[in-house]
Design a protein. Structure first.
Length: 218
């Protein structure tokens, strides 16, 4: 399967501390990411392009609109960009709250470059698949777990683009049986095309460490 192309992905930074903006931007650009930054949550809402694949790295405490308030406003507007919160004043209560309402992760300042980049890669990859699939990739694993062993085997053939009669011949089954299994697979996974099935399997392989990293962005 083709790897997701994240070369045009954008990492957004929102923090009122310019030193954090500069250090985070440097770390990200060294790793090949495109970066956009703001020192105000309201300016971010006005200027950002939500249609661009990526993620948001967001400070918890800022003057004016706080990070938590921005998260709530994004939810009201239907902006589902993965949010990685940063905080110099770690609070378990705040971290639990942000995660419960959909934050991707919660990291402490000062930034640990290795942890930061790993989290950004996972967040952007998740956003890529969410946009392609039309639903949260986190729903993939429980849905896939509902498939029988036979359905999982057939799903691989379907995702490879093989026609029903070819799959039937390879497995020694009737075309009607393959059609029935295919309908069951699509229903359980809430998809309707081989392309989306391929994306789902690709995501699951990546989530379980069975596939290499996304394409380079440089």
């Amino acid at each position: 399967m083709m790897k997701p192309d994240l070369r045009n992905a954008v990492v957004r930074l929102v923090d009122d501390d310019l030193s954090i903006i500069k250090s985070a931007s440097f770390i990200l650009r060294q790793d090949g990411w495109q970066v956009r930054s703001w020192t105000s949550a309201r300016d971010f809402l006005i200027e950002d392009m939500p249609s661009d694949v990526g993620c948001l790295v967001l400070d918890i405490r800022m003057p004016g609109m706080t990070g938590v308030e921005l998260q709530e406003e994004m939810a009201r507007r239907g902006i589902r960009l993965p949010i990685i919160f940063l905080s110099a004043h770690g609070s378990i209560d705040i971290a639990v709250h942000t995660m419960k309402v959909g934050a991707f992760d919660f990291l402490q300042k000062p930034i640990d470059p290795e942890v930061f980049l790993s989290t950004v890669r996972r967040a952007v990859t998740e956003d890529y698949y969410a946009r392609k699939l039309g639903f949260s990739p986190k729903d993939c694993e429980p849905a896939y777990a509902s498939l029988t062993d036979r359905e999982r085997g057939i799903a691989v053939f379907i995702a490879s683009g093989l026609e029903n009669h070819v799959i039937a011949e390879r497995l020694g089954l009737s075309v009607k049986t393959i059609e029935n299994h295919k309908a069951s697979i699509y229903k359980k996974l809430r998809i309707s095309t081989p392309g989306k099935l391929a994306l789902m399997l690709q995501y699951l392989n990546k989530a379980n460490g069975l596939e290499s990293a996304p394409e380079e962005r440089n």
